[in-house]
Design a binder for this molecule. Sequence first.
Ligand SMILES: Nc1ncnc2c1ncn2[C@@H]1O[C@H](COP(=O)(O)OP(=O)(O)OP(=O)(O)O)[C@@H](O)[C@H]1O
Ligand SMILES: [Mg+2]
Length: 238
Amino acid sequence: MSNKLFGNKKDKKKQGTTMSLSDKSKFAIVESYKVARTNIMFSLSAAHKKIFAVTSYSKGEGKSTVSANLAISFSKMEKRVLLIDSDLRRPNVHNIFKVDNSQGLSNIIGNMVSFDDAVKHNVLTNLDILTSGTIPPNPSELMCSTTFIDLVKRLQDEYDYIIFDTPPIGVVADALLLKDLIAGFVVVVRERSTTHGDLQKLLDSIKLADSKAIGLLEVGCSYDSKRRKKGYYYYQYY
Ligand SMILES: Nc1ncnc2c1ncn2[C@@H]1O[C@H](COP(=O)(O)OP(=O)(O)OP(=O)(O)O)[C@@H](O)[C@H]1O
Ligand SMILES: [Mg+2]
């Protein structure tokens, strides 16, 4: 599946990513995400939870792009959706939607700002976004805090769906800290990049944490070996 951002004409202006796809491919992408959405919804209803996280084993496999596209897809069902950037080390959601990131999740957990002051309402119709906020020195600690847990529990009454973008599990285990708050993980694998070994290790980690994978999303995109060689995806806090 290609996973560029999609939307209708009305939404275009607000989106951070250009829509360079042809009508035909746009239709295919929208349909692919609808299929993914339907399958995720079945898993969520079985789990009686409407919160899930998007993750992958390695960096740069497409987690943030998939999180954004799924959030858009869910919001098009007239449901209230919140996308939270819980990658407190190398956040990207604010870049995708071109919104300010001076106040966000880390600042709320640090009691510096309220949720209402930090959240970006209706970035697209029915879609609110909570960006990462200031990059903290102790992301894992923040995500274990009762402030964070209480926040998520409160938000699940306010939204129909909550989606977390996360850092890669093979690099840092932050995503697994969400396990008790979510129905499970949507796993992203990238064509010609994710190996079978990586995927197995990721699924093992999720199982070991007593959580589950509720979907596997393959993004078929060209692998940019030059960027990798240059260390483009270097995470300084890892
Ligand atoms: N289907 C695709 N085709 C081509 N390029 C893509 C595709 N999906 C994502 N990309 C590009 O790959 C890069 C990484 O995407 P993204 O930031 O979504 O990955 P990530 O897994 O969230 O990365 P990180 O581990 O750094 O958080 C971005 O430059 C994005 O534009
Ligand atoms: Mg990302």
